[in-house]
Design a protein around this ligand. Structure first.
Ligand code: ADP
Ligand code: MG
Length: 616
C-alpha cells in the first residue's frame, strides 16, 4: 500500500490551532492585550466594532518589533518569551506558546504596525488567512498596533456560530475587566462602536476596581492582606451585605493573571458562610502572588485554569485570611465565642492599634411611634402570607391610575375556566376546599378525586402569564414610588439594563436617569415590593448576563420568567385559605396549567380509583 500520511500545510495547521486559541472575538482581545502587556506597554487602547466581529484593534506603546521580528511573530511557535523548556517553569509573561498571532492571522484579516524605540522607521504587515499580503516600511509611532478584521472570514461555520454583537461585546468587556484589573499600573482605554466605554488612568488596585465597577463600590470593599512564604494574598472582598444575586464580581489573579479556580472559590465561600443570604454570591478581587515555579499555567490553551503545587495550603490560607478580614473590619455580626480564634487566625495583632467602638444614637427614635407599614406591601399580587393581613387588599394597588400614561388598570375578577379538565369533563368546584400540605402543596378536590398542586410552580405560571400579557399588550401596571430609588450598578450591568429597559417599562418599571452614578427608578410593577427592587433588578441582570435572548420575544419571555420566578410564593410559605383558593382558581384560568414556565409539572391528580387501589 502506498504511504498515506502527509504533513498538514502550515495554513491548515494554523487554522486548526486557531480553533483552540480563538473561540470568539474576546479570545483575540485577550491575546492582543496580553501581548501588549508583555511588551511593557503603559498605555493600551482597545477599539472594537460590532462585538469584535468586524474590528478589533489593540494599540500599545510597548517595545515594538523590528521588521524581522514583526514578520516572524506570525509564525507558529514563534515567541520571544521562552528559549528552553525550563523557562516554562519560571514564567513572568502572559504568553509563551507563540501560537496566538499565527492563529489569529489564519482566520482573519490582520494589519500590524510596529516600531521599536531604536528604529527610526517602522513596519507594516498585512496578512490574510496566513498569507502575507504586503510588508512595507512606514512611519509609525513607537509600539504596536494590531488590527484584526473580519474574524473567521474563511470559516463560515465558525462565524455563524458567533452570538449576537451584544453577547460578544459582553465577553470582550469581561476580558477587558480581567486584564485591566490585573494591571492597574497600565492605563487603558476602551472604545466600542465609536463611543468610549472606559478611560482608566494608571491607578492603585482599589481605584481601578472603583473605576470599573462604579463609585458605589468603594464603600463595599474590605482590604485583604497576608504574606507567608508560600503566597502573598492581597486585594479586596466585598462586605457580606452587598453579596449579589449575580456572580459578576469575583476575580482571582495569580501573578497578575486572571484565573478560574472553583477550588479556591470554595475557600472564599467557606469564609463567607453564614454571613450572606442563600442564593447570593460574595464579591472579591484577590491577587495571589506565588513563586512562578510553583504554578502551572500550561494546562489549558487559553490559560485561565492553573495548577498550584500546594493547593491545600493555599485553600486554608485564603479561607482564614478572608475570614480574618471580615472579622477585623467588623463586618461579621457576632463573634463566635466557642470557636478557638487561634485556630482560625494565625496572626499576631500585638502591634495593631485598637479601634474604639463608636456608639451611634438615633436621637429621633420614639418608642411610641407606630411603625408605618412599608408601602407596596399592601398586597400586590403576592399570595398573602399570614403576616400580611387582608387578602381583600390584594389588588388594592391596582386601582391606582398612574398618570404618566403607562397604565390604567381595571381589574376584573377572573372567571374560573373550567375547560382545563375538559378531558375528564370536570370542574374545580367553586365551593372549593383547599388544604396546604407541608407549606409546599395545595390540595383540592375535583369530582373524580383530588389534585395536588405545587404552590410555587402554580404561582409562577400565574405570574408568568400575567407579565407576558402585560408586555405584549404594553399595559403595564405600575405603582409610583413615593421617593424615587437610586440604585447603584456596575457599568456592565448598566449596559444590560439599557438593553432591556424598554421591556422593563412594559411590565411597569419607570426609570429616571440611567447614569454611571446610579439608576433612578420611580415606579415598579404592582407586585414588586420596594425593598426588593434591587434584588429583582440584580436577578434580571444576572439572568440576562448568563443567557442573552436574541429576539425581542425571547427577551419578553425571559423577563416574564425571571419576574415570575422571583416574585412567586415559595415552598415554605404558609398560605391562608383565601389565598389557596385564589391560587387554585388563578392557575386554572391560565392558558397552560400543567407546566410551570420552566417546564416543571405544576400539579398531579389522584383519582378515586387510585385511592381505592391503595386500600386493596
Ligand atoms: P506569545 O505571546 O505566546 O509569545 P504570540 O503569537 O502572541 O506568542 O506573539 C509572538 C511574538 O510576537 C511574541 O513572543 C512577541 O515577541 C511578539 N509580539 C506580539 N505582540 C507584540 C506586541 N504588541 N509588542 C511587541 N511584541 C509583540
Ligand atoms: Mg501572546
Amino acid at each position: 500500500m502506498a504511504d498515506i500520511i502527509r504533513l498538514l500545510p502550515d495554513h491548515v495547521a494554523n487554522q486548526i490551532a486557531a480553533g483552540e486559541v480563538v473561540q470568539r472575538p474576546s479570545s483575540v482581545v485577550k491575546e492582543l492585550m496580553e501581548n501588549a502587556i508583555d511588551a511593557g506597554a503603559t498605555d493600551i487602547q482597545l477599539i472594537i466594532k460590532d462585538g469584535g466581529k468586524t474590528l478589533i484593534q489593540v494599540v500599545d506603546n510597548g517595545k515594538g518589533m523590528s521588521g524581522t521580528d514583526a514578520r516572524l511573530s506570525f509564525e507558529r511557535h514563534a515567541t520571544s518569551k521562552i528559549q528552553k523548556a525550563e523557562d516554562l517553569f519560571n514564567l513572568n509573561t502572559k504568553g509563551f506558546r507563540g501560537e496566538a498571532l499565527a492563529s489569529i492571522a489564519a482566520i482573519a484579516h490582520v494589519e500590524m504596525l510596529t516600531r521599536t524605540e531604536d528604529d527610526e522607521i517602522g513596519t507594516k504587515i498585512k496578512i490574510e488567512g496566513s498569507k502575507i499580503v504586503t510588508q512595507e516600511v512606514v512611519v509609525a509611532p513607537k509600539g504596536t498596533s494590531m488590527l484584526v478584521k473580519n474574524l473567521f472570514f474563511n470559516i463560515p461555520a465558525r462565524r455563524n456560530f458567533l452570538k449576537s454583537d451584544q453577547v460578544e461585546y459582553r465577553h470582550i468587556a469581561d476580558e477587558f475587566h480581567r486584564i485591566s484589573l490585573a494591571h492597574p499600573q497600565v492605563a487603558f482605554n476602551f472604545y466600542n462602536n465609536g463611543s468610549d466605554v472606559f478611560q482608566l488612568p494608571v491607578n492603585d488596585f482599589r481605584k481601578r476596581i472603583v473605576h470599573i465597577f462604579g463609585r458605589k463600590t468603594d464603600e463595599k470593599l474590605v482590604p485583604v492582606e497576608e504574606e507567608t512564604q508560600v503566597v502573598k494574598i492581597s486585594g479586596y472582598i466585598q462586605k457580606p451585605e452587598f453579596a449579589k444575586k449575580s456572580r459578576g464580581e469575583q476575580f482571582f489573579f495569580a501573578n497578575n493573571r486572571f484565573i478560574k479556580s472553583p477550588y479556591l472559590h470554595h475557600a472564599i465561600l467557606g469564609a463567607f458562610e453564614g454571613l450572606i443570604r442563600p442564593g447570593t454570591h460574595p464579591g472579591y478581587f484577590l491577587n495571589l502572588e506565588v513563586d512562578p515555579g510553583t504554578i502551572d499555567i500550561n494546562i489549558h490553551p487559553t490559560k485561565t485554569e492553573v495548577k498550584f503545587d500546594d493547593e491545600h495550603t493555599l485553600y486554608a490560607m485564603l479561607k482564614s485570611t478572608v475570614k480574618h478580614s471580615l472579622g477585623q473590619f467588623n463586618v461579621v455580626p457576632a463573634l463566635d465565642f466557642e470557636q478557638d480564634q487561634n485556630l482560625d487566625t494565625p496572626y499576631s495583632y500585638k502591634n495593631k492599634q485598637v479601634d474604639v467602638p463608636q456608639v451611634v444614637v438615633d436621637s429621633s427614635f420614639n418608642p411610641f411611634e407606630t411603625v408605618k407599614p412599608s408601602k407596596g406591601n399592601s398586597g400586590g399580587g403576592s399570595y398573602s402570607k399570614p403576616k400580611v393581613d387582608g387578602w381583600e387588599n390584594l389588588y388594592e394597588g391596582l386601582e391606582t391610575t398612574v398618570d404618566n400614561g403607562v397604565s390604567h388598570l381595571e381589574f376584573e375578577s377572573e372567571v374560573v375556566n373550567s375547560s382545563i379538565f375538559d378531558d375528564e369533563k370536570e370542574v374545580v368546584e367553586h365551593s372549593t376546599t383547599t388544604f396546604q400540605m407541608r407549606k409546599k402543596y395545595i390540595i383540592t378536590t375535583i369530582k373524580s378525586g383530588m389534585v395536588v398542586i405545587n404552590q410555587s410552580r402554580a404561582h409562577q405560571r400565574v405570574l408568568y402569564e400575567n407579565f407576558l400579557k402585560n408586555i405584549t399588550i404594553k399595559e403595564a401596571i405600575s405603582q409610583q414610588l413615593l421617593f424615587p430609588l437610586t440604585l447603584a450598578f456596575s457599568s456592565s450591568e448598566i449596559h444590560i439594563l439599557k438593553e432591556i429597559k424598554e421591556n422593563l417599562c412594559t411590565v411597569g418599571f419607570v426609570f429616571g436617569d440611567i447614569t454611571e452614578e446610579g439608576v433612578e427608578i420611580s415606579g415598579v410593577p404592582v407586585l414588586v415590593v420596594e425593598s426588593e427592587v434591587q434584588m429583582i433588578m440584580e436577578q434580571l441582570i444576572s439572568d440576562f448576563q448568563q443567557e442573552v435572548p436574541g429576539d425581542s420575544f425571547s427577551q419578553s419571555d425571559m423577563l416574564a420568567k425571571t419576574l415570575a420566578k422571583t416574585l412567586s410564593v415559595k415552598t415554605g410559605e404558609t398560605l391562608d385559605e383565601f389565598s389557596q383558593v385564589k391560587l387554585v382558581n388563578d392557575l386554572f384560568a391560565c392558558k397552560e396549567t400543567t407546566l410551570s414556565p420552566f417546564n416543571k409539572k405544576v400539579y398531579i391528580t389522584v383519582t378515586e380509583n387510585d385511592i381505592e387501589r391503595k386500600f386493596i
